[in-house]
Write a protein that binds this ligand. Structure first.
Ligand code: GLN
Length: 476
């Protein structure tokens, strides 16, 4: 039996039946990481000693016979989520030596459930990017084709689960960062409803859009992790009073909306074929396929790339070389306070992060605020309303995650606009605060393609239930 290939459910059964221990499981992953990760670069740090200590603790709990689904299961955490006493770099030089003083609420919950943390995974710097190439510590490679990107920003989490370097992982999604790497790497990723999971201890990118969620091998596994993560947290005022209950929602009779604006020029025919095939499978199983319209979809990208840099420029002001982060690089004594800021931020932050701070600061400055930020907020409302109208007619929406197959490493790095365009199908969901998941739907050659299933607010149970029925019929 190859321990690293097991799902959470299977590993749990194995632990229960004493076929192996959590220490066995953890060691199997640690060995595999040592062997494979030099090439893939999914992990920024591996916390071997801590993982083994946590596994021993889990084994003691397992001996008592009373333990939950995640007890003793090894996982990976995106390096933008705080794990107490461990480095949290957000893949930035700015935070290269930053050690987290406390656990994020999601980490606290995973630890209370007995999960074992193997390490911290690579991401685009401060989660800004869609390919994983904006990491200051090198890109993550796609395990299915190492000349291609894993997708970002939760690149390491997607690749780690796909390459069996973790049983499951946490990612965060501001505009697609859980779904994109899940689609590219052929794993399941769930971006929860805004507010369903606490953001406390997540390094903020754009606070009105950020959500943490699971990346896993199967829908069932994603559901187990989501159930553990979700719920109200007094440390995050935007978290909702929401209790997730697993339920059965039949694919037969389900009304599935397909947005006509999403199947147009720019969508790779290979991706389109796989998505249409998945839609056909749903129809064959008795779902009703309904064409819908999201008339403001064409403005989503412009709206997102104003709101996100605005919020990011405010959130990243704290990385000034004094309160946090790299300070006045050695050998360049600063003349005065402004010089400390300039030198620290100049050296510490990468080009995409600087670009967003510049755009955001500009769009928020007096005289431009109304023309850009306020306008974008109004458009955001229209996008929300598009979905509200759609959900009067349908139960969920099916569409691609990405318009293209995973691109070659370096192929688009010189062209930020081309990079932003790849987010076309994922960002509206964040602007509207909706839940959405990526389900492996097929492959074009070696390259996985994810089907995106979007639900109405707090209807994770519906989309997970339908996704599970499709997962069975697709047999990825
Ligand atoms: N690619 C998108 C961006 O660059 C999404 C990032 C994210 O979800 N963290 O903003």
């Amino acid at each position: 039996m190859n321990l690293t290939e097991l799902t959470i459910k299977q590993a749990h059964e194995g632990l229960k039946n004493k076929e192996f221990t959590s220490v066995d499981l953890t060691k199997a992953y640690l060995e595999k990481i040592k062997k494979l990760d030099k090439e893939i670069n999914a992990y920024l740090s591996v916390t071997e000693d801590l993982a083994l200590a946590q596994a021993e603790e889990a084994d003691r709990k397992i001996l008592t016979g009373e333990f939950g689904m995640l007890c003793g299961i090894p996982c990976a955490i995106k390096d933008a989520i705080l794990v107490e006493d461990q480095k949290c770099t957000a893949a930035s030089k700015m935070l290269e030596n930053y050690v987290a003083p406390y656990n994020a609420t999601v980490v606290k919950k995973l630890r209370e459930a007995g999960a074992v943390i193997l390490g911290k995974t690579n991401t685009d710097e401060f989660t800004m990017g869609g390919s994983g190439e904006n990491s200051a510590f090198g890109p993550t490679k796609n395990p299915h084709d190492k000349t291609r990107v894993a997708g970002g920003s939760s690149s390491g989490s997607g690749a780690a689960v796909a390459a069996n370097l973790a049983c499951f992982a946490l990612g965060s999604d501001t505009g697609g960062s859980i779904r994109m790497p899940s689609s590219n790497c052929g794993v399941v990723g769930l971006k929860p409803t805004y507010g369903a999971v606490s953001r406390y201890g997540l390094i903020a990118h754009a606070s009105s859009l950020d959500q943490i969620g699971p990346i896993a091998k199967t829908i069932e596994d994603a559901e187990i992790v989501f159930k553990t993560l979700s719920g109200k947290d007094k440390m995050d005022a935007t978290s909702a009073n929401f209790e997730f209950r697993i339920s059965n929602f039949e694919l037969k009779g389900c009304r599935i909306g397909v947005p006509k604006e999403y199947f147009v020029k720019g969508l790779d025919p290979k991706v389109e074929k796989i998505i249409k095939n998945a839609i056909k499978k749903a129809e064959d199983a008795g779902a009703e396929i309904i064409e819908i319209s999201l008339p403001n979809a064409e403005f989503a990208l412009a709206c997102y790339y104003i709101i996100v840099p605005c919020e990011a420029s405010a959130n990243l002001a704290r990385f000034d070389g004094i309160r946090y982060g790299l300070s006045g690089p050695k050998g360049y004594p600063a003349k005065d306070l402004l010089d400390v800021y300039l030198k620290s931020r100049g050296k510490g932050l990468g080009p995409e992060v600087k670009r967003r701070i510049l755009i955001g600061t500009y769009a928020l400055s007096s005289g431009y605020y109304d023309a850009y930020y306020k306008k974008a907020q109004e458009v955001r409302q229209l996008i929300r309303q598009d979905f509200e109208k759609a959900f009067e007619k349908v139960d969920m929406i099916f569409c691609p995650v990405s318009p293209v197959l995973p691109v070659k490493l370096g192929e688009k790095t010189d062209d930020p606009l081309a990079m932003y365009l790849m987010d076309i199908y994922t960002i509206s969901v964040n602007l509207a605060g909706l839940p959405a998941l990526s389900l492996p739907a097929g492959k074009a050659g070696d390259l996985p393609v994810g089907l995106q299933i979007i639900g109405n607010h707090f209807q994770e149970n519906k989309i997970l239930s339908v996704a599970e029925q499709i997962e069975k019929s697709i047999k990825f």
